[in-house]
Design a protein around this ligand. Structure first.
Ligand code: SF4
Ligand code: SF4
Length: 380
């Protein structure tokens, strides 16, 4: 097996750790994962034992423990990050720098956690006190301008075109984004930026950068109207605000805009609606790794047929990589009793904390018994 990332990419996580790609599970690996802040150079990290071991294992057809997400996707018949990039990137002679520039986010999406969003710290603690989830190493990190300079040095050391993937937290809300974009606008390489944003910020410096750099924008959406607001967990940053910003982004000289939809039991019934509203843009389906209780199969069996029927009417041209068959295959897995029970308790406790009400947003996710269970945790 080969993987594009082992030779051609660096990825910086929100906590500053540097790994081969964003699907890599650094906690699974016994190696010494290094951090961007104390290191002198990303070239040194790229040549370190960790990177070499991952490459050697894959070459010898051994799945490294850090690569278990690709392994799982390939076993489920979903295109893995390894397969997608192997197919598209080897022939391009390009490098990839995947940068999460900090974990500050203004939202607290139900499937997220404190590693990616600072807004999750309190709810995570509350859930843990109620026996749900596991202790995260909470931190509040924005990578420094000096670290951004190290990334620029790595990019300039590669004499190729470079794709820079920028993520957060929420990158357009982070103060160091402007510095990163400014530095990127003056490097000698041929640069394209893939910006993943939740679309709730429209900084005044951003339009100017779109004139200088080729930017592909991926807007995360995950629902329409009340489902969007439920998944996002915010009163202030509503679907209406997001939609208005989308209209502004559409007027910018971006290379392309697409939408990322993380499919889960709470929002799968809105996927078709999303493709209808944004029907001239790609809606890219993303599968959830964790938490397990939000997986597509965790809903009453009697609710699945109507959802699958609806999904089957989505024209395949709207969905990037034609993943709808894999979505349906996931729904078809039997509902896991233990995960579904955790889902009910999780939703009730989160709704109590956020003043939300899932049975009103998605009544099809409940049976009579699970609604009683939900009400027990929600209102006591
Ligand atoms: S196999 Fe997958 S997880 Fe491992 S480095 Fe490649 S893309 Fe990343
Ligand atoms: S927008 Fe992204 S980083 Fe922010 S809470 Fe949602 S999933 Fe997490």
């Amino acid at each position: 097996m080969k993987c594009f990332f082992t030779d051609n990419a660096i990825t910086v996580y929100t906590d500053g750790s540097v790994v081969p790609c964003c699907r890599f599970v650094s906690t699974e690996l016994e190696y010494n994962i290094q951090n961007i802040e104390p290191t002198k150079s990303l070239v040194d990290i790229k040549n370190s034992d960790t990177f070499l071991k991952v490459k050697n294992d894959l070459t010898n057809n051994i799945w490294p423990s850090g690569c278990k997400r690709c392994k799982r996707d390939e076993q489920l018949g979903i295109s893995s990050r390894r397969q997608i990039y192997n197919e598209n990137h080897f022939k391009k002679r390009v490098r990839v720098a995947d940068i999460a520039i900090g974990n500050f986010c203004n939202l607290k999406c139900i499937m997220c956690n404190s590693f990616c969003s600072t807004q999750w710290v309190n709810d995570e603690k509350m859930l843990l006190e109620n026996g749900i989830g596991h202790q995260q190493n909470s931190f509040n990190k924005i990578i420094s301008n000096e670290s951004i300079d190290k990334i620029i040095d790595w990019i300039e050391s590669e004499e190729t075109a470079v794709e820079v993937e920028i993520k957060g937290g929420e990158p357009l809300a982070l103060p160091n984004s402007k510095y990163l974009f400014e530095r990127l606008s003056s490097v000698k390489n041929n640069i394209t930026v893939v910006l993943t944003t939740n679309g709730t910020f429209f900084p005044d410096w951003f339009p100017q950068m779109c004139e200088k750099i080729k930017i592909y924008m991926s807007l995360s959406i995950d629902g329409i109207n009340e489902v969007y607001d439920y998944v996002r967990g915010s009163e202030k940053y509503s679907y209406e605000l997001f939609y208005n910003n989308v209209q502004k982004f559409l007027k910018l000289p971006l290379v392309r805009i697409n939408f990322n939809y993380v499919v889960q039991n709470t929002n799968i019934h809105h996927l078709k609606l999303c493709t209808e509203i944004f029907n001239d843009k790609f809606v890219n389906v993303i599968f959830l790794n964790n938490p397990k209780w939000l997986q597509l199969w965790n809903m009453p069996e009697e609710s699945k047929a109507a959802i699958k029927e609806d999904l089957n009417t989505i024209p395949k041209s709207y969905l990037k990589y034609y993943k709808i068959d894999a979505v349906i295959k996931n729904i078809d897995n039997p509902c896991n009793k233990e995960e579904y029970s955790t889902f009910i308790k999780f939703s009730a406790l989160l709704d109590k904390s956020r003043n939300k009400n899932l049975p009103v947003i998605a009544p099809h996710l409940f049976t009579k018994d699970s609604l009683d269970e939900y009400n027990k945790y929600r209102y006591t």
